[in-house]
Design a protein around this ligand. Sequence first.
Ligand SMILES: Cc1cc2nc3c(=O)[nH]c(=O)nc-3n(C[C@H](O)[C@H](O)[C@H](O)COP(=O)(O)OP(=O)(O)OC[C@H]3O[C@@H](n4cnc5c(N)ncnc54)[C@H](O)[C@@H]3O)c2cc1C
Length: 377
Amino acid sequence: MKNYTADAIIIGGGIIGCAAGYYLSRKGLKVFLFEKDYLTAGSTGRCICGIRQQFSTPLSIKVAMESMKKFQEFHDTLEKDIEFHQGGYLFLAHDEDKVGTYKKLIALQNSMGLDVEYIDVPQIEKLVPGINTDGLLGGAYCPSDAQANPFLVVDGYAHGIQKTGRVLAYTEVTGINIEHERVVSITTHDGNEYFAPIIVNAAGPFISKVARMLDLDIPIYPERHEAMITEQMERFFDMMIVDYRADGCYFNQKWGKGSIIGCYTPVPNVPGQDTGTSFDFAKEIGRRMARLIPKLANIKIIRQWSGSYEMTPDGNPIVDKTDIEGFWIAGGMCGHGFMLGPEIGWVAAEYITEGKTPYDMSSFALKRDFASREVMK
Ligand SMILES: Cc1cc2nc3c(=O)[nH]c(=O)nc-3n(C[C@H](O)[C@H](O)[C@H](O)COP(=O)(O)OP(=O)(O)OC[C@H]3O[C@@H](n4cnc5c(N)ncnc54)[C@H](O)[C@@H]3O)c2cc1C
């Protein structure tokens, strides 16, 4: 019998690793979490804080709705204010194709109990005063979608882990050790070895790199996405606005502070781990936001940064065991890791401890057919 350091080891101190670690702790496991940098240093601290439930497949909608419940309960269960605010998400339609897609998806989402509706242009103008309605046909609006502060969420989960386990920041996992086809320990950059029968790879954009330590090929690829935040201005809209045109963008006004935080999806995409920034982005996001809401033309960007989306071939996460006993994958969040994180963490903990997922998660399985696609990207 091995003398284990912990019941479970988590690699990665982002939302997924911290949520999974917290829920494993709640199941009575002693958890050690390793983060090579500081907590949130990966994608989680670079996100723009949006939490939505509008997805295109029943599993993603379910996971998002359950995740929302966990955000709602966060304050009570973890005794932490996470600056959670339900101001909604509004997906705009500038062509008939989008109108059709939204209406079809709204029927599915409503059938699952989600409070989303198709709204017309006058309704949008009430929600977003001063919006440019040129070419605008309507939008899909879900008032219960939300925003929260990822730093506070991760901190809340990390404190939960530390009640019975440990969080080791600035401690890179450099090796994973196996005996008889099952994991037994990890080695860290300083030469220490920590033993556990369960090891969860929640290394975000580095998942495939970490998995290669065991010669496993995991289809998760980082892609660079840039973001920015503006100076504060009086709040005049409450939701994340998604301009879904090919040269669109998405942005929100921060609850309480009034800064605008936003991104756009680069075309073509920018594969790789680079987290540099570009003048093109700063210029272009300004143009795109001001086209949609002209009064934003004079607002100043005060900071820009970038981070990685952890992409899979079909735009859905991977939450599963691997062929190596005790070695799990939780990630590949494709730009939705913050919003889905609480439920993904809970599901992973259930799967690991109970041996089966609490509901059908086959669309997030490691060995699935990656041919289908998430439409609400
Ligand atoms: C610009 C931008 C905007 C976004 N906006 C949103 C949004 O509005 N809503 C939303 O839901 N999602 C958003 N996302 C996506 C979201 O941020 C990610 O999907 C999510 O944070 C992924 O969490 P994670 O825990 O899987 O990965 P990460 O947060 O990257 O955590 C993984 C951690 O593992 C650590 N690590 C890696 N290798 C090792 C090792 N060998 N040893 C120890 N530690 C290691 C890394 O340092 C990292 O901290 C956005 C992303 C970006 C880049």
